[in-house]
Design a protein around this ligand. Structure first.
Ligand code: AFP
Length: 343
């Protein structure tokens, strides 16, 4: 090997990684592999736009016409359309649903439907765009339940435990794609010079020693007694253990990713602030369930405070749920506090 040249045998692109995973399943048709690859492609496209976000003001902002006379789309709409359009004609997907739309997204007439269901939150944390903080795309893939033809709402309302793949892209100081198909959680970093996601974080496991707790503490007065006491416990107020450090961006993918790598717990509990949202802010289908699937396969756990998030069958696409997610002992302790004080 030439001095200073990278060891090519160690460079694993996402394509190669997905293909190698597929080779362990001789019955596989390659459809899921291609679907994942298309999602990675959408991630590259979204990343290329989010890194130019600050330029909108000089190139023309949302719903305006830019200097080339083209309409500039909001980034979350652009992300939404990119994912839909890359997957609406491939014959791999039966139906999609996006956090940006009220109902299901059907495959346009004239195109074949496939065996998978794709659910996604195209640009989560988008209120952080103006501050250059990390934002992300979250996705979940299920097998369709309906036999054939257009996919249905019921195809989209499956418990998280039946997920086939979950993942997210994080657009931060670098762009990463993290996914699991149930065989380890793997992270890839986009090398912008070559436009490829390269495996940088194989087999991610949440470290046993947690570092952080992440919650919007500004809402503390609206929490139940159990959640307030749990927070004090995380802060080491009982004198039995060292406090965890607090970190909160307000961008779920960013907050989750940090705790996945460093250990900790993220929670967005139910609160009494807004009577129309008694279960907190986060959405089960688009946010909580996919991240719960990832956390679980990284050795962690996710709960709504009473039960495993993966056991909840959604009743509607935009259902909200309280979320406690991260190191298993931290999440089960949240359940203990809630059982003891909020029953
Ligand atoms: P936006 O997409 O409106 O920025 O909301 C982001 C989010 O859904 C999730 O990413 C954060 O964890 C959560 O909301 C933050 O909510 P608070 O601002 O209420 O803490």
């Amino acid at each position: 090997m030439l001095a200073n040249s990278p060891d090519q045998s160690k460079i694993i692109t996402i394509e190669r990684h997905i293909l190698e995973e597929q080779s362990g399943h001789p019955e596989a048709t390659g459809s899921l592999t291609s679907l994942l690859y298309d999602i990675a492609l959408a991630g590259k496209l979204i990343a290329s736009r989010t890194t130019r976000a600050g330029l909108a003001e000089i190139l023309g902002s949302t719903a305006d016409v830019n200097v080339q006379g083209e309409t500039v789309m909001k980034l979350d709409q652009l992300a939404d359309q990119s994912i839909y359009r890359l997957n609406d004609h491939t014959g791999r997907v039966a139906v999609m649903a996006s956090e940006e739309h009220e109902g299901i997204l059907s495959i346009p007439p004239g195109f074949p439907t496939g065996k998978y269901v794709l659910l996604y939150d195209p640009l989560d944390g988008s209120s952080n765009i103006d501050y250059n903080a990390s934002i992300g795309t979250i996705f979940a893939i299920y097998r369709r339940l309906s036999a054939d033809g257009p996919g249905t709402l019921a195809d989209c309302l499956q418990p998280g435990r039946d997920m086939v793949v979950a993942g997210y892209m994080i657009y931060g100081s670098s762009t990463m794609l993290v996914y699991t198909s149930g065989h380890g959680v793997h992270g890839f970093t986009l090398d912008p010079a070559i436009g490829e996601f390269l495996l940088t974080h194989p087999n991610i496991c949440i470290p046993e020693q947690p570092k952080y707790y992440s919650v919007n503490q500004g809402y503390q007065r609206y929490w139940s007694k159990g959640v307030q006491l749990y927070t004090q416990w995380l802060q080491g107020m009982d004198g039995d253990h060292k406090p965890l450090s607090s970190r909160y961006i307000g961008s779920l993918v960013g907050d989750f990713h940090r705790n996945l790598i460093s250990g900790g717990v993220f929670y967005y509990p139910a609160d009494s602030q807004d009577a129309s949202k008694p279960h907190g802010k986060l959405r089960l289908v688009y946010e909580a369930a996919p991240l719960a699937f990832i956390a679980t396969h990284a050795g962690g756990y996710a709960s709504d405070g009473k039960q495993d998030i993966l056991d909840i069958t959604p009743a509607s696409l935009h259902q909200r749920t309280p979320v406690f997610i991260g190191n298993r002992p931290l999440v089960t302790t949240a359940e203990d506090f809630i059982r003891l004080y909020d029953a």
